[in-house]
Design a protein around this ligand. Structure first.
Ligand code: NAD
Length: 420
């Protein structure tokens, strides 16, 4: 019998045959989505010998929805996504001049998917621009709803921009705007609740997965109240809610000030030996450098929206780029989650049957893990590594390595299925 996934008492209740809505996606979405569903179905069948199976249910969004219903994001789609909690989605074209800024942003905002989760690891055989990609094993938690990305901004020369400037200068005493007549303005909201829920998600994930540290990445040295607040509230939450399971660098600092370097270092080393999760922080620019030079120092990263956008792509590039980087947008409180390809519709290769399905596939693997179906998830990642090690890949990756054997999207999917 088919059934809905539900969230009850803080945990996800997953039936043996859950209904999972999928958005096929535009452009290469038509090629990668069926391939990914086929691989997932094969792995689930093999892992559970037919006792479990996903009941896929197509929901419309993007160009296909526009063609068939005259709406880019029909109400029925939103209802089904809301009711079924967990969904997967191919890339969508951003409509130009249709009143919707971006379908992805609309989905995230409507379902309040506040955590953008991006695991970054390297698969043997995948070309990488860094010397030691095997040292990269991180998971980014990017806050999805606040920051300068909240979409609160006014165009240069507009009445709103002028009014906003008048407010700044007359009521707030701001005299630092260098060229007020031509300035555009943006607002950067960062709240205690917004910070706490993303930091809580990152720490819970690190503890569940047995990862060694959580790093708060911020520009609090310059933006003291917004990004500085993020760091301060993050540390406070870690100490208040996770107590003995963690050791924070804010505690390290207070020990150092009170009792000196030696005592603080002793407490840190004791916490490490006791297997406590270390919570530390770093300024964003230093992180961008250090993550290239010493990626092994970082495991779970928690950061604000804009920082997270830059960091995700840099780390993705270190292990093979967007064609292979998965992602998910999650609300850990309601349970709503959309697992998605992190790249776009790739109009330059659509229709050729050569798109890399791995970004969507690894997002689907994250979905299986989210459902607690870890066996098929592991089978897929292990098989993927074997396929890459043998030199097989879609042309975007195969053409970058000597001896690489290029396969079409479908050939790649079939080879992976035979490896399961
Ligand atoms: P894109 O990600 O579609 O393409 C960038 C480059 O990466 C292209 O050269 C493309 O061929 C390559 N590429 C992307 N996915 C690939 C894959 N799976 N395998 C191999 N190569 C791949 O970015 P774009 O060209 O800037 O955007 C095209 C459209 O996609 C736009 O309408 C944009 O708004 C939309 N978009 C959607 C999403 C999303 O739905 N999450 C994300 C980004 C862009």
């Amino acid at each position: 019998m088919n059934a809905r996934i539900e969230k009850r008492d803080n945990s996800l209740l997953v039936p043996e045959n859950p209904v999972i809505p999928f958005i096929e996606g535009d452009g290469i979405g038509k090629e990668i989505t069926p391939a990914v569903r086929e691989i997932i179905d094969a792995a689930v069948r093999k892992a559970y010998e037919g006792r479990r199976a996903i009941e896929w249910r197509e929901v419309l969004a993007g160009e296909k929805a526009w063609r068939e219903t005259g709406s880019w994001l029909p109400d029925e789609t939103m209802t089904l996504l809301r009711e079924n909690l967990v969904a997967i989605k191919g890339p969508l074209t951003t409509p130009v001049g249709e009143g919707i800024r971006s379908l992805n942003v609309t989905l995230r905002q409507t379902l309040d998917l506040y955590a953008c989760q991006r695991p970054v690891r390297w698969f043997r055989g995948v070309p990488s621009p860094v010397l030691h990609p095997e040292r990269v094993n991180m998971c980014i938690f990017r806050e999805n709803t606040e920051d300068i990305y909240a979409g609160i901004e006014w165009m240069s020369g507009s009445d709103e921009a002028k009014k906003f400037y008048r407010f700044l200068s007359e009521e707030m005493g701001v005299s630092k705007v260098r060229f007020p007549d031509t300035s555009a303005f943006g607002v950067k909201p960062v709240s205690v609740e917004g910070t706490e829920r993303i930091v809580r998600a990152a720490i819970s994930y690190a503890l569940d997965m047995g990862m060694p540290s959580v790093t708060i990445v911020h520009k609090g040295n310059i933006m003291k109240y917004t990004e500085g607040g993020f760091k301060k509230w993050g540390y406070a939450l870690a100490e208040r809610e996770f107590g003995d399971k963690v050791f924070t660098f804010s505690r390290y600092e207070s020990l150092r000030k009170e009792h000196g370097e030696q005592v603080a270092a002793g407490a840190l080393s004791e916490a490490r030996s006791a297997g406590k999760l270390i919570i530390k922080d770093i300024i964003t620019d230093a992180f961008l450098q250090n993550s290239l030079l010493k990626p092994e120092d970082y495991s779970v990263i928690v950061t604000l929206n804009l920082n997270g956008d830059y960091i995700s792509d840099q780390l993705a590039a270190m292990v093979g780029g967007i064609g292979i980087s998965p992602g998910a947008n999650i609300n850990y409180v309601t349970g709503h989650a959309i697992f998605e390809a992190t790249h776009g519709t790739a109009p330059d290769m659509a229709g050729k049957g050569i798109a890399n399905p791995c970004s969507l596939l690894l997002s689907a693997v994250m979905m299986l893990e989210y459902l607690g179906w870890t066996k098929p998830a592991t089978m897929i990642t292990e098989s993927l590594e074997m396929v890459f090690t043998q030199g097989y890949a879609t042309p975007d990756l195969a053409n970058m390595v000597t001896g690489g054997k290029a396969l079409t999207t479908n050939e790649f999917a079939q080879r992976l299925i035979t490896m399961l």
